[in-house]
Design a binder for this molecule. Structure first.
Ligand code: URP
Ligand code: ZN
Ligand code: ZN
Ligand code: ZN
Length: 491
């Protein structure tokens, strides 16, 4: 047989095992995975010698903000679909799920989905899908959930904080109830908005404006309380939820307790909670603004350790980037974006929330050498695919079924290097991980059988527009339980 591509001499990693296998690709699909030695470069039009490096299903990043309007009360995101997906493939991510935002003034989710399709279409380097952000849970939006499923969208994100987005508990119940009927996974940003706003006022009364007070104004208890409330509302309705960007080990504990009871509660964490702490917000001047996100990086090593442990023990289903990029310097004024005439020394509440990380997510985490390669694949690719209805097309190497989305890493012992923003492919003027020592980087990224990233020979070699919209089915992780005492029909 003549294949389009063979990847030879790799250490192939799946969520289950690691071994010496060769991979053959035909028509954009995984065709064969066989013990090393059975395939040679003569079997294919192109071959890649992995030289003993790790070979994994392409990364799937299920939390990415691209081309969003100023929904969080601040600026628009710096990356669009072109620059964001370009950055993704350079970091080993072959599929991302970005957000299709609905503003409170827009009743229809379907209209928001269409508008987002237009922003993405023919602009992407990676494959992509969308989660709808539902900020107006009125009757129009709720009545459209079934149509969203038809359109290949099986997840929504809702917020318990941010004035422009926040739903109250009754609206959350409306969403969860219909999500249960339509087998939609609801992602929840769990922070107590009122507690945060109250704390911001108190800090302002004392004229405390430095970036580090962003962390003070978003304390762990805001996250812990909202996480427990989200779990309670979900278990009342009996429908799966995913708590996004969990930063605090105490919130993770509530999640783990719910999981032990058999509830379909899933959770996500992000590299910022593994590699940053509150001290990164407390740098001289405005530097700290580079690490402002919500929830904020927590106190110190113990918190980071707690999050790593919760990845290891399975509490966290997925590790996403929450790539939410903003420029540090305002291009028009040439000044720091956070400085205004009113606040010449800046004010933490005007710092856009979110940091860039779609390109660094995989390499940072793998370089830390803290979890097994199998667990790494599970939380960065396979579980994201299962949770959001992409499996086994994505997130696996199942012959005949999986797309040939492959990330090939350098053989171990590659020269360490210090990360610099200029190496990255996003449209952002900084990385919060500047100077971080990296032990790994993707050498090749392959999307549906095509090499789209070749670090040593051309870098980005994929074409804008090659990335496709992927229609998603239902989650294949556990959903509503059948032993609930009431049925949806009772209401
Ligand atoms: O600070 C963050 N995480 N910004 C992105 C928006 C969100 O809530 O995910
Ligand atoms: Zn969020
Ligand atoms: Zn986010
Ligand atoms: Zn070479």
């Amino acid at each position: 047989a003549v294949y389009d591509l063979v990847v030879l001499n790799g250490l192939v990693v799946t969520e289950e095992k690691t071994g010496e296998f060769d991979i053959a690709v035909a028509d954009g699909k995984i065709s064969k995975v066989v013990p090393r030695g059975q395939l040679s470069e003569d079997n294919a039009k192109r071959f890649i010698d992995a030289e003993g490096g790790l070979v994994m299903p392409g990364g799937i990043d299920t939390h990415v903000h691209l081309d969003e309007p100023p929904l969080y009360g601040k600026g628009s995101t710096a990356d669009n679909y072109e620059t964001g997906t370009r950055s993704a493939i350079a970091g080993g991510t072959t599929t991302l799920i970005a957000f299709a935002p609905q503003q409170k003034s827009q009743p229809s989710l379907l209209a928001c989905l269409e508008a987002t399709h237009i922003r993405a279409r023919s602009n992407c380097y990676s494959d992509y899908s969308f989660h709808l952000i539902c900020s107006n849970a009125g009757p129009t939006a709720i009545s459209e959930f079934a149509a969203l499923r038809e359109a290949g969208i099986s997840s929504l994100k809702i917020y318990m904080t941010y004035e422009a987005l926040q739903l109250n508990d009754s609206e959350i119940l409306d969403v969860l109830f219909e999500a249960r009927k339509q087998k939609i996974v609801t992602m929840i940003h769990a922070e107590n908005g009122a507690l945060i706003d109250w704390t911001i006022k108190k800090l302002e009364e004392r004229e405390l404006f430095a970036p580090k007070y962003h962390a003070t104004s978003h304390p762990p208890v805001a996250e812990v309380e909202a996480t427990y409330r989200a779990i309670s509302l979900s278990s009342f309705i009996d429908t799966p939820i995913l708590i996004v960007h969990v930063s605090s080990p105490s919130a993770a504990k509530h999640i783990s307790d719910a999981q032990k009871k058999g509830l379909p509660i899933y959770a996500e964490t992000c590299p910022q909670y593994l590699f940053l702490t509150r001290r990164d917000l407390d740098k001289p001047g405005f530097e700290g603004a580079k690490c402002v996100c919500s929830p904020p990086p927590r106190e110190g090593k113990d918190d980071q350790e707690g999050i790593w442990r919760a990845i290891e023990d399975g509490t966290f289903t997925v590790l996403s980037s929450d790539h939410c990029p903003f420029l540090y310097d305002n291009v028009e004024t040439g000044k720091k974006s956070v400085i205004s005439p009113e606040y010449p020394i800046g004010h933490f509440k005007y710092i856009p929330n979110g940091i860039a990380g779609v390109e660094t997510r995989l390499a940072l985490t793998l370089s830390a050498n803290r979890i097994s390669p199998e667990k790494f694949v599970k939380v960065t690719s396979t579980n994201p695919a299962k949770l959001y209805g992409l499996y086994p097309k994505k997130g696996a190497f199942i012959p005949g079924e999986s797309d040939a989305d492959i990330t090939v890493w350098y053989p171990t012992g590659m020269k360490e290097f210090r990360l610099k923003n200029e190496m990255l492919h996003h449209n952002v003027d900084y990385t919060p991980y500047e100077g971080h020592v990296m032990k790994q980087w993707p050498r090749y990224t392959i999307l549906r059988g095509e090499v789209v990233w070749d670090k040593d020979h051309g870098g980005i070699v994929g074409k804008k527009g090659y990335g496709q919209f992927v229609k998603r089915g239902v989650s294949t992780l556990a959903g509503s339980r059948s032993d609930q005492e009431w049925n949806v029909e009772d209401f």
